[in-house]
Design a protein around this ligand. Structure first.
Ligand code: PLP
Length: 455
């Protein structure tokens, strides 16, 4: 009989297939194994301390040691560990969390549907849009509009909405009708001599031209992250979102705000759509909804969407969609307590208050020889590295410098994430000024060390 590996490290290599990982490289390199967390920090099994400046996966708003969430989960596990929400069944945690979400999200968003993940939520949105348009007798109104570099998840439909090559190549995606438009990122995609205003106008024209070319009667919805996250933290130019909302309204196209990262204060306002001045028909949240202590996502829709879906369920006899875990009581109880903590500790206000210090602190690196652009709002930011800032020429091979900087950050005790050429920051909302000072210092040291490496 084969001997079982006798270290966690070897067992990980032996038994685990990791998401978003070069598996052959992993066999050589092995895992970084996390042991525990404390506030904005995590510790690996070697005892090394790291500031978690990506909040896990853009998600742990309340930090890594919030006992109130552990207690509430334990109490719910003892009282009603599981029940579903199919066929008129319900339970208090999902009812109270839905009520809370309607209260917190912008005016007009009135009904909530729960899923386990952001990807499932966006798949559900696709099916809702198809279902309601079939119900309204317009079966051709099915296409989605998205953007290059968008991230909406990895399931068949949500992975089709995503606009990143790694999520589509060799997965036979996109598999649903979707058109990807230009990424609203001025520094990267502006044409020679184009002002930001002209750039916005060009993107809005592209949107309207696309709708007219494909036929407004064929387009069901436009989906976008207010600030694009996993594609590299791209902040839209002034006027972009109000313009998109106006065009969608003009052609009766539903507007979906994917706030899986943006939601609950990340951008310095409760929701990204509020920061950028638009109201969606459908708003998708996850991540900071439970601080990722439990898997949960929520879709919040307006009356127009709800009524069209509800009418069709009356016609067909049911909404033939839902997950075993839709509105899971433990996840919802944790979500509710997490939102209470966010409110009681005014963590959304904390993000707004710390924005100048954090964003200005990062912008001090804008003149660093390795940096092309620093961008961000609230407590989310991206530092894009470039060989030549003026021509936007990237380092070769693509993404190698950001990967190096991120590896050096880890040596300095800082976890951040490389997304192509960009180093992404998204610290827990509980961070203090002192935490941010230390995060910026560790990043600065890593950047300087990368400069030596680049020579
Ligand atoms: N939408 C956005 C904006 C995201 O950032 C993510 C995940 O990073 C998703 C959807 C997918 O969520 P999940 O990983 O829970 O499926």
């Amino acid at each position: 009989m084969n001997q079982r590996p006798n270290s966690l490290h070897a067992a990980d290599i032996a038994y685990t297939m990791h998401p978003y990982t070069n598996m052959r490289l992993h066999e050589e390199k092995g895992p970084m194994i996390m042991s525990h967390g404390d506030g904005a920090k995590v510790y690996d099994t070697e005892g090394k301390e790291y500031y978690e400046a990506l909040a896990g996966l853009w998600s742990v708003a309340v930090g890594f040691s919030e006992n109130r969430l552990a207690d509430v989960a334990y109490e719910q596990l003892k009282k009603l560990p599981y029940y579903h929400t199919f066929a008129h069944k319900s339970h208090e945690p999902s009812i109270r969390l839905a009520e809370k979400l309607v209260e917190m999200t912008p005016e007009g968003l009135n009904k909530v549907f729960f899923t386990n993940s952001g990807s499932e939520a966006n798949d559900t949105v696709v099916k809702m849009v198809w279902f309601l348009n079939n119900g309204l007798g317009r079966p051709e109104k099915k296409k989605f509009l998205s953007r290059n570099k968008a991230y909406h998840g990895i399931t068949i439909a949500s992975g089709s909405l995503t606009g990143l090559p790694a999520n589509q190549k060799d997965f036979d995606l996109p598999a649903i009708p979707v058109t990807h438009l230009t990424t609203p990122h001025y520094w990267k995609f502006a044409e020679e001599g184009e002002t930001e205003e002209q750039f916005t106008a060009r993107l809005l024209k592209e949107l309207e031209d696309t709708i007219l070319a494909e036929g407004p009667e064929t387009i069901g919805a436009f989906i976008g992250e207010p600030v694009m996250g996993a594609g590299g933290v791209m902040v839209p130019p002034e006027g972009y979102w109000p313009g998109v909302a106006e065009i969608c309204k003009k052609y009766d196209i539903l507007l979906v705000a994917d706030e899986v990262i943006n939601g609950f204060g990340r951008t310095g306002k409760p929701f990204g759509c509020e920061r950028f001045g638009f109201t969606p028909d459908i708003l998708v949240t996850s991540k900071q909804l439970t601080s990722s202590y439990m898997p949960l996502a929520a879709i919040v829709v307006n009356d127009k969407v709800y009524d069209a879906i509800a009418d069709n369920t009356a016609k067909l006899g049911t909404f033939g969609h839902g997950f075993t875990g839709s509105g899971h009581p433990v996840a919802c109880a944790v979500g509710l307590e997490n939102l209470k903590i966010i409110e009681e500790k005014d963590l959304m206000g904390n993000a707004e208050r710390l924005e100048p210090m954090f964003q200005d602190g990062l912008r001090k690196f804008a003149d660093h020889p390795l940096v092309g652009e620093v961008r961000g709002v609230g407590l989310i930011a991206g530092v894009e590295l470039a060989k030549n800032r003026d021509t936007r020429e990237a380092f070769e091979p693509a993404g190698s410098m950001a990967a190096k900087v991120v590896a050096l950050c880890a040596e300095e005790g800082l976890i951040v994430r490389n997304v192509y050429e960009t180093v992404a920051f998204c610290p827990p909302l509980i961070v203090t000024e002192d935490d941010l000072t230390e995060i910026l210092a560790r990043f600065g040291r890593a950047l300087d060390r990368a400069l030596d490496w680049a020579k």
